[in-house]
Design a protein around this ligand. Sequence first.
Ligand SMILES: Cc1cc2nc3c(=O)[nH]c(=O)nc-3n(C[C@H](O)[C@H](O)[C@H](O)COP(=O)(O)OP(=O)(O)OC[C@H]3O[C@@H](n4cnc5c(N)ncnc54)[C@H](O)[C@@H]3O)c2cc1C
Length: 293
Amino acid sequence: MTCRGPRPCNISTISHRWIGLRRRTDSVTTTACAVAYAEIARVDPSIGSSILVHSCLATLLIAQHGSEKQKQNYIPLLARLDMISTCKGAPGLRVAKIENKVALRIVQNGDVMFDNVFVPDEDKLPSLTSFQGFVEALSFARIMVAWVSIGVAMGVYDLCNRYVTERKQFGVPLAAFQLTQAKLVRMLGNIQAMFLTGWRLCKLHESGKMTTGHASMGKAWITLRARETVALGRELLGGNGILTDFLVAKAFCDMEPIYSYEGTYEINCLITGREITGIASFKPPTLKKRSFL
Ligand SMILES: Cc1cc2nc3c(=O)[nH]c(=O)nc-3n(C[C@H](O)[C@H](O)[C@H](O)COP(=O)(O)OP(=O)(O)OC[C@H]3O[C@@H](n4cnc5c(N)ncnc54)[C@H](O)[C@@H]3O)c2cc1C
């Protein structure tokens, strides 16, 4: 798959190029990376999500924290998709396929269980010594998840805009009704606002000024608006909005896990809330014994 730009580039390498594994002149900015993810998700959120996890979490962590040998061994293979990031077999590691998902159905998710897993020294990422090291990759991934949801919303808007001009009721296309137009405008307004917020996040990241609170607020707010946008799109299609034959229903379902993965709406709000108030509210206050008076 290629993305448009001054030079064609393989989409699986975009994050790796961003992290500067290649010559500086060949690197891709955060903004370019984000727009590429949005364009993939505009067509298929499952593929967008798969490439995102493969590139932004697995490969990025090796690039940022791996030894030179690990980078040489894995990154070219991962970048060409000759190797897919996945759990390698190890004693104590168990992976069970999660069945019966209603969304992102071509993505195979696993329940991963660790029981005294032995990790040989050559598989450890030398400079990843705390969870904090992982937070930087997570924040980058959160920007990209936000852009995946912008892509999903744009894809639904495209489909709806076409559908309402083709389907006729009461002798006119649905697009002729004022209430239909109002929904389209709400969707487009959301997309514009999501786009600008996502663009600002990318610029903050590129200038080294983005905090974890920025990334979390961006992911939470943009996915919330995207969820509203795809719900409006589903409404616009009436009964056809729940049929798999029409891709709006698929995107409507796919938006749900995107709203929840890479930090749920609530947890991302709490991360930003902690940053702006200085108070962590992840755990409730200690419960006091109830009085029976
Ligand atoms: C398609 C998909 C792919 C995923 N990929 C990965 C992956 O690659 N790696 C990975 O590690 N995980 C992955 N996840 C897991 C995902 O990150 C979790 O589902 C998510 O973090 C929520 O955790 P949970 O499902 O355990 O829900 P729970 O923790 O049980 O939460 C249920 C609800 O309670 C809310 N809640 C929980 N705690 C609080 C609190 N303190 N305050 C307020 N509300 C709270 C949550 O926001 C949520 O709405 C994936 C999930 C999906 C659906």
